[in-house]
Design a protein around this ligand. Structure first.
Ligand code: F6P
Length: 416
């Protein structure tokens, strides 16, 4: 029986709970024992303290009174995911001291509709150290877990691949230190890993869409609709700053779906030194043609052709000084990241979660760590490190100002 754990890592994104639900349910249907790891890699490092007693709670049908809590009501297996009604990050009441938790079918019921990640995520400094990874390996072995599905961005998925590659070394070292038995060494010869890309930025290469990006884009689109009406009422200009780190996908697609007079992207900075003139001329023409509102979308990673950052406030000053427009800045911030997933951010993680379990079941020491992607509506398995490498190539291309290459590598939306 494959013992399968799922964890979420890095910045949260809508759809992460749907991943957990799909991996757990598909795992159970395919005969696996299923676990969740709370608080990302930090939970792996901390593991389950021997003093912490799993407190079983009675089957509980009414989850509505307990928003965001875990419900224990099993039809399959004997999960032990317990109620954790605390908002305190590491002080789960009944789960205190337990980070690797057995879960059953109904523990994850309805999770696809919840925002964020219910099992928590954390940036783990400990997992970056060899000591931390030794503890993580020991904790997994202690629970008998031999397969992990990780949902996170490129950094989190790279961490998973490193962990897998290092696994034999970690196991040998744990045995040398007397922390695991010879039998455990025998049973845990290799670790199965699969990655699912959870990121609102849609910044991973070799997949058409990352989990959480459609919801974030939907928020941007709605925000621009809302801003439009107030902007037109006052004949104002708005500079809207959107997230995306060093990727301009949200800004670009935000302008396609919400409309904008001018956009500033990291992959395609304005080509002239006097981009302000270009922007003002365009907006002036739009105003002359009778437009009562102006929207400029600025990606948070935007810069000029010399890589000098372009901030929303600067754009606002330009519009005020040169065009005399009454201008406001709206930074959408984390409203883009949180909240209920849109339908596609439930469908995609569900299909990918099922594919992830299959990839783990078929995994051998010879197969690479796979990232589950989507290409032209089909779920795909991509060697994880190839996708990560190509993603880094985009960042490199931007760094050396090869913007044509950056756009070509990003994907068709940027090329058109
Ligand atoms: O990668 C997701 C993201 O939301 C980026 O768009 C943004 O740059 C960053 O995370 C914000 O991170 P934090 O929530 O740690 O401020």
């Amino acid at each position: 029986v494959m013992k399968l754990a799922v964890l979420t890592s890095g910045g949260d994104s809508a759809g992460m709970n749907a991943v957990v639900r799909a991996v757990v349910k598909a795992g159970i249907l395919k005969g696996c024992e299923t676990y969740v790891v709370r608080e990302g890699y930090e939970g792996l490092v901390r593991g389950n303290s021997d003093e912490a007693k799993p407190e079983k709670v009675a089957p509980h049908r009414d989850s509505s009174a307990y928003y965001g809590s875990f419900v224990h009501n099993l039809r399959f297996g004997d999960g032990e995911l317990l109620r954790d009604g605390t908002s305190d990050h590491f002080a789960g009441r009944t789960l205190r001291g337990r980070y690797i938790v057995r879960v059953g079918w109904d523990d994850v019921r309805g999770w696809f509709a919840q925002g964020g990640t219910l099992i928590g995520t954390a940036r783990s400094a400990a997992f970056r150290t060899i000591e931390g990874r030794l503890s993580a390996a020991q904790n997994l072995i202690k629970e008998g877990i031999d397969a992990i599905a990780v949902c996170g961005g490129d950094g989190s998925l790279t961490g998973a691949d490193v962990f897998r590659a290092e696994w034999p070394k970690l196991v040998a070292e744990l045995h040398k230190q007397g922390r695991i038995t010879a039998e455990q060494v025998q049973r845990h010869g290799f670790l199965k890993i699969v990655g699912l890309v959870g990121s609102i930025d849609n910044d991973m290469s070799m997949t058409d869409m990352t989990i959480g990006a459609p919801t974030a884009l939907h928020r941007i689109c709605e925000a621009i609709d809302n801003i439009d009406s107030t902007a037109a009422s006052h004949s104002r200009a708005f500079v809207v700053e959107v997230m995306g780190r060093n990727c301009g996908w949200l800004a670009l697609m935000g302008s396609v779906s919400g409309g904008a007079d001018y956009i500033l992207l990291p992959e395609r900075p304005p080509q002239t030194d006097s981009w302000e003139d270009e922007m003002c001329k365009l907006i002036h023409n739009h105003r002359e043609a009778g437009k009562r509102k102006t929207i400029v979308i600025v990606a948070e990673g935007a810069h000029d052709a010399n890589l000098k950052p372009i901030h929303a406030d600067y754009v606002k000053d330009v519009l005020i000084d040169r065009l005399g427009l009454d201008t406001r800045v709206t930074t959408l911030g984390h409203t883009q990241r949180g909240g209920r997933p849109c339908a596609f951010d439930r469908i995609l993680p569900t299909l990918q979660g099922v594919e992830a379990v299959d990839a783990l079941l078929e995994s051998t020491p010879e197969t690479p760590s796979y990232m589950i992607g989507v290409h032209e509506n089909k779920m795909t398995r991509i060697p994880l490190m190839e996708a990560v490498k190509m993603t880094h190539e985009v960042t490199e291309a931007i760094k050396v100002k090869d913007f044509d290459r950056a756009m070509a590598l990003r994907g068709p939306e940027f090329r058109e």
